[in-house]
Design a binder for this molecule. Structure first.
Ligand code: CP
Ligand code: NVA
Length: 306
């Protein structure tokens, strides 16, 4: 049984297969509907943080594939408070055929996976957001017709989304550049393992502090919030440090002329991205959000079908 906790746990060929499967399932859906390959299967969705895209797209994906999903919000099961995580994992495994969990501490999804008798999907932890990065690879692949050799520049906070993106880029042979303030860099072990993988795939990982340097020749500019869920107490310091990292028209002008701009959303318009860019001709943010549905169908089918 396989879990989907980080992209580092998967072989490049398996992830590539999931992207192909997502393309297929998207076309199948658009041509009249998906086959009910998850008929009678239930996904339990544990959310310790808010969500729009992840929550709705997983539930819709399960329904399109003939199954269903159950939402368990932060006040419902008291994960690790009312009941221990190992006990929650074993109880849910008796009712549902898969678990999707959005947590603070990444160890909590690892613990769920260690004790569950069914596949566990990380729907975002403080450390990683693998479902987002897989969907983003689908979006980039659909737009450019390839991933290998493309240049992806990530600007802003070295957070969970950036960590999964650098892993994805390393798998698929992309040149990943990142510009963050010194104190908000990606964790060193994440950079080191992605760099090691990059050497095998023709990819590269380069760290900058100047956003203008990082976006030079970029095919994709990517940003995310400066204050992730759970970091609200640090908001003031983070906002101050990240002001020079705004993705605005001036920065976009420095990239390739056909650059696409991505953001996992929710966006804080006027902070990490301007309205002009988010709603401008380079923006891919809404097709990107839609692709969460199609990419996650591939994850669900790979983990829960047959
Ligand atoms: N991008 C993303 O995961 O959005 P939600 O937090 O709304 O699920
Ligand atoms: N980095 C953001 C992503 C939200 C989808 C957060 O963790 O809040």
């Amino acid at each position: 049984m396989k879990h989907f906790l980080t992209l580092a746990d998967w072989a490049t060929s398996e992830l590539w297969h999931m992207i192909q499967l997502a393309v297929h399932l998207k076309l199948e859906w658009q041509s009249g509907g998906n086959r009910p390959v998850l008929k009678d299967k239930i996904l339990a969705m544990i959310f310790q943080k808010p969500s729009l895209r992840t929550r709705v797209s997983f539930e819709v994906a399960m329904k399109h594939l003939g199954g269903d999903a159950i939402m368990l919000g932060p006040d419902e099961i008291g994960l690790g408070r009312r009941e221990s995580i190992p006990d929650v994992a074993r109880v849910i495994s008796g009712y549902a055929q898969g678990i999707m969990a959005r947590v603070f501490d990444h160890e909590h999804v690892e613990q769920l996976a260690a004790y569950a008798g069914v596949p566990v999907i990380n729907g975002l932890s403080d450390a990683y957001h693998p479902c987002q990065a897989l969907a983003d690879m689908l979006t980039i692949y659909e737009h450019f017709g390839r991933l290998q050799g493309l240049r992806l520049a990530y600007i802003g906070d070295g957070n969970n989304v950036a960590a999964s993106l650098v892993q994805a880029a390393a798998h698929f042979g992309m040149h990943f550049t990142i510009a963050t303030p010194q104190q908000y860099q990606l964790p060193k072990p994440v950079l080191a393992s992605a760099s090691a993988l990059a050497q095998q795939t023709g990819a590269s990982v380069t760290v900058y502090h100047d956003p203008a340097e990082a976006v030079k020749h970029a095919d994709v500019i990517y940003t995310d919030t400066w204050v992730s869920m759970g970091q609200e107490a640090e908001a003031e310091a983070r906002m101050a440090a990240m002001q020079p990292y705004q993705v605005n028209e001036q920065l976009v002008q420095r990239a390739s002329k056909d650059v696409i701009v991505m953001h996992c959303l929710p966006a804080h318009r006027g902070q990490e991205i301007t309205d002009e860019v988010a709603d401008g001709p380079h923006s891919m943010i809404f097709p990107q959000a839609e692709n969460r549905l199609h990419a996650q169908k591939a994850i669900l089918v790979r983990l829960m079908a047959g």
